[in-house]
Design a protein around this ligand. Structure first.
Ligand code: 5GP
Ligand code: ZN
Length: 131
């Protein structure tokens, strides 16, 4: 896709610190990492967000994370946990689907900070979501 930053990284127009690549995905280091080893798992197809994601690609990426990438991060960086994050629409800076792999370390203070003053009653939310 023209003018897509991650398509340009995938086709090599823009350099990246690539950790793994195959016919389906490219995995490279986030330029502004939250913790050491913060990776982005990116499908080679231009998929915008989860709403146009296909099952095959999704399963492929999660299997790769489980079988290869998390074990790699544990072995090489000695992380003690992994936070998997994926933004859609609001909060998504790059409009080409990507999964954040954020290795976790003791005392990394990596908690997400949401504005809790916006919270409404749990009962009300449950009622809205129940079908
Ligand atoms: P989002 O907010 O879309 O979920 O995350 C986009 C991520 O892409 C951010 O964490 C940001 O640091 C990363 N990023 C933005 N531009 C570049 C770039 O040119 N190269 C790399 N490797 N990462 C980038
Ligand atoms: Zn793209």
């Amino acid at each position: 896709m023209e003018n897509c930053l991650f398509c340009k990284i995938i086709n090599g127009e823009i350099p990246s610190r690539t950790i793994y690549e195959d016919e389906m995905v490219k995995v490279f280091m986030d330029i502004n990492p939250s913790t050491n080893g913060h990776l982005l798992v990116v499908p080679k197809k231009h998929i915008v967000n989860i709403l146009d994601m296909d099952k095959e690609t999704y399963i492929y990426m999660f299997n790769l994370i489980k079988e290869k990438l998390y074990p790699l991060l544990k072995e090489k960086l000695n992380c003690e946990g992994l936070t998997i994050a994926q933004n859609n629409e609001l909060g998504q800076e790059v409009k080409h689907f990507h999964i954040h792999l954020i290795p976790r370390y003791q005392n990394d203070c990596g908690d997400f900070k949401y504005d809790k003053s916006l919270l409404i009653d749990l009962d009300e939310v449950e009622k809205k979501l129940a079908n």
